[in-house]
Design a protein around this ligand. Structure first.
Ligand code: HSE
Length: 298
């Protein structure tokens, strides 16, 4: 039996649209056991809604690797134990793709390298900023030339604490991408470039004001926040309670608060939930830690 554990991820981190991501301490597990028949079951998040047929994303990703490697797909029983909520901006599809690839890779006579897996995972997902930290762990900057994905682990100061507030409604990344304009102004691009570079430095350091400045974005949040009732009030509630920065997690609707240690995260979490509730949205906020490990074979 092959067991793979893969972390959730938060992408963008404010201005780093499609190029910054962080692995979080919330994990899915995939088990593949050679068997005489094929079967796939889902336990936890997505149980009853995710496909248990061969069009399941974990299985399709595994098959893609076997096909590209020219290897016959094995007959297996697959169990998905999911803790990452679906379509909430926490990288559930990237976790599915990466876990499928890493599990499938163990069946190859000559396993693919991490770089090759990253290139394929990005080709399947369409952008690298969730799959890269899901595979590598930690804080990762990534950019693709269409074939090769360049990914660099960046230093993250342990001074920062992370809270995710997860609304009960889903927002498909494809829909949230449709909300974006096809062109942006030069000044908006410059606005984001400066802050994205600053963000990598702010996360390495412990300067609250710098992190707040660096978290501003003009490329996606202004468009997507309209799809998330209460977004601005949730941000204000978290900032009032001492968060250094608040941003959409990936494409949303989850909101991520980054706070310095010493701030009461339980209070911060309940203020964010309450702000969503005032807009008629039920949400669950929880503390998460950065996951320094990416996908691992257990
Ligand atoms: N960078 C991607 C986006 C992340 O914002 O659409 C999706 O999780």
């Amino acid at each position: 039996v092959v067991k793979v554990k893969v972390p959730a991820t938060t992408a963008n981190l404010g201005p780093g649209f499609d190029c910054l991501g962080l692995a979080l301490s919330l994990y899915n597990e995939v088990e593949m056991t050679p068997h005489s028949s094929w079967n796939l079951r889902v336990i936890g998040e997505g149980e009853g809604s995710l496909s248990t047929e061969p069009d399941n994303l974990v299985w399709m990703s595994a098959c893609r690797l076997w096909r590209e490697a020219g290897v016959q797909e094995p007959v297996v029983h697959i169990t998905l134990k999911n803790a990452i909520p679906l379509s909430r901006g926490l990288g559930s599809s990237s976790a599915a793709i990466v876990s499928g690839l890493v599990a499938a890779n163990t069946f190859l006579p000559t396993p693919w390298t991490q770089q090759e897996l990253l290139n394929l995972a990005t080709a399947i997902e369409g952008h690298p900023d969730n799959v890269a930290p899901a595979l590598l762990g930690g804080l990762v900057a990534s950019a693709s030339d269409g074939y090769i994905v360049h990914a660099q682990n960046l230093e993250l100061n342990s001074a920062w604490a992370f809270t995710v507030c997860i609304p009960s409604f889903t927002l498909a990344t494809s829909l949230a991408r449709q909300a974006l304009p096809s062109k942006v102004s030069h000044s908006d691009a410059v606005f984001n470039l400066g802050r994205a570079v600053m963000m990598t430095s702010a996360l390495r350091g412990d300067d609250v004001q710098l992190l707040r400045f660096a978290s501003e974005d003009k490329l996606h949040q202004p468009y997507r926040s309209k799809l998330i009732p209460g977004f601005h009030d949730v941000c204000s509630a978290a900032l009032e309670l001492g968060a250094a920065a608040v941003m959409l997690s990936g494409a949303g609707p989850t909101v991520l608060a980054v706070s310095p240690h010493g701030i009461n995260q339980a209070k911060l979490a309940s203020a964010m939930e309450k702000a969503f509730a005032e807009h008629g949205i039920s949400a669950v906020a929880r503390e998460v830690k950065p996951s320094l490990i990416g996908a691992i074979i257990q």
